[in-house]
Design a protein around this ligand. Structure first.
Ligand code: BES
Ligand code: MN
Ligand code: MN
Length: 462
């Protein structure tokens, strides 16, 4: 497969420039102020697919942001790979923590990326990884080596819960018919330790509101005599985990699938250094559910975390006040076979049950999603494994991730097809954080690996 390396070598600079142009578009799906940019980004993805040689390229409108579709059917007898990715990005705040503009991509080297990394919002999640597929497709078209039929479905609402993708999938089952769904929106353990993501967490996300007195009060005149909603909210949140960091919502663990000791032993074989993990995060110690390793806590155990909490006076100086209201955003990451709607209901019932009579509480559910696990003996997994082994010189290890891509479970339900999560990012790439970046090594390695996947997948399906 020398043609792959040769083509990448010859077109390297352009591949980087094109990605940087895409990264200049602030396609933040969460903030309506950027709606023109999100739509412009869809146009740009469409143009790139057309130029790379895709047919029937179309911007498919939805109630929200559009889905970009394109395909190349070389032979109906051959297997078809559906590539999914997203062109929308997370908001860039807090802006003051960025060393360069989030939408002004620059290349810098880091300890982990001695060959350089592109710094910009979306560099890794997911523009950089999605674009690897467009460039790998271009490469296969230009070198006459496209081994399977390919379909592209690139959405613009992943970071806000993919609200409209479900309808699109349900309405386009024939158009989306395929033998495997290939997604690069996850990561590997390290650049010398390739891995394939075999699990994604589900998500239940709620916002809670605790109301005490009907107005903000003088904290001396009323303090100690009425419920302070901020204090109460903190107590309620604290009570949701016991001394072993086990979540105390009744029924929360009822459907959790426990792993066998064999499966846990297999998991423990994936390379992981607690020392490096702590060092990378400036932590003296880790923290989590008793009886489980760090990899198990993130990979196979459900979790509950406050994502934001506010209320009262947070401005300059001191203001002596008891707030009328307190708020928090809380996420629960779920594992097989927990169902997000059931968990949200359990949370809501529990939160109401533990609220003292001195406050009123409200629970508002946000988007959710179901967990996903992938087999390691499917043709798609074997193709990804073979492809990575060819380009990294090492067989990748299966890893269950703590992240969520809720639409993957829906693909399985609606299309009856499993997804293969062949991502190339690193945990240290700071996705969703200031100074997000994507290594050039990772970008080119992805472009190189994808054609190997196609070749092996064709071979295994003949
Ligand atoms: N690409 C990420 C998910 C991810 C990253 C999974 C790394 C595994 C490894 C995706 O864009 C994302 O951020 N998902 C959200 C959920 C979504 C509903 C907003 C998440 O995991 O918080
Ligand atoms: Mn993503
Ligand atoms: Mn994301």
């Amino acid at each position: 497969m020398e043609h792959i390396k040769k083509y990448i070598q010859e077109h390297k600079d352009r591949f980087v420039e094109e990605l940087m142009d895409l990264l200049r578009i602030p396609s933040i799906s969460a903030d309506p102020a950027y709606s023109q940019d999100v739509n412009a980004c869809a146009e740009s993805v469409k143009d790139h697919l057309v130029k790379a040689g895709a047919d029937k390229v179309e911007i498919c409108p939805t109630k929200g942001y559009p889905i970009v579709y394109g395909e190349k059917i070389i032979d109906p007898q051959l297997p078809t790979v559906l590539v999914y990715g997203h062109y929308d990005v997370q908001p860039a705040d807090p802006l003051e923590l960025w060393e360069s503009g989030p939408f002004e991509p620059v290349i810098k080297t880091t300890d982990i990326h001695p060959d350089g990394a592109i710094f910009a919002r979306g560099a890794c999640d997911d523009k950089g990884q999605m674009f690897m597929h467009v460039k790998a497709f271009e490469l296969m078209m230009q070198t006459n080596s496209l081994a399977c039929n390919v379909k592209f479905m690139i959405e613009g609402e992943e970071e806000v819960g993919s609200d409209n993708l479900g309808d699109f999938v349900k309405a386009n089952k024939t158009r989306l018919k395929c033998d495997a769904i290939l997604i690069s929106d996850t990561g590997i353990i390290a650049n010398d330790t390739p891995s394939i993501t075999t699990g994604l967490k589900g998500l239940s996300y709620v916002e809670v509101e605790v109301t005490g007195p009907n107005r903000d009060l003088h904290s001396g005149l009323y303090g100690g005599a009425v419920a302070n909603p901020i204090n109460i909210l903190c107590e309620m949140i604290a009570s949701m985990k016991d001394e072993n960091n086990h979540i105390s919502i009744p029924g929360f663990y009822d459907k959790v699938v426990d792993l066998s000791s064999q499966e846990r032993a297999d998991m423990a074989r994936a390379p992981f250094s607690l020392e490096h993990y702590k060092k990378a995060l400036d932590l003296s110690d880790v923290h989590g559910e008793e009886g489980y390793t760090t990899m198990e806590r993130t990979g196979i155990r459900p979790t509950l975390d406050v994502n934001g909490i506010w209320g009262g006076y947070t401005g300059e100086g001191a203001k002596t006040v008891i707030a009328s209201k307190a708020f928090a955003k809380i996420s629960m990451r779920l594992v097989p076979n927990q169902n997000d709607e059931e968990i949200t209901k359990l949370f809501e019932d529990h939160f109401k049950a533990i609220a003292p009579k001195s406050v009123k509480v409200e629970v508002r559910p946000h988007h959710g999603g179901e967990p996903y696990v992938a087999p390691t003996d499917s043709p798609a997994y074997l193709s990804a494994s073979t492809a990575m082994e060819a380009t990294y010189g090492k067989k990748p290890v299966p890893v269950r991730s703590g992240g969520s891509i809720p639409i993957v479970a829906l693909f399985e339900k609606e299309l009856g097809v499993k997804s293969i999560l062949m991502g190339f990012g690193l945990d240290s790439d700071a996705i969703h954080s200031p100074n997000e970046h994507y290594g050039l090594f990772n970008y080119f390695k992805g472009i190189e690996t994808i054609p190997h996947f196609f070749a092996k997948f064709r071979e295994l399906n003949q």
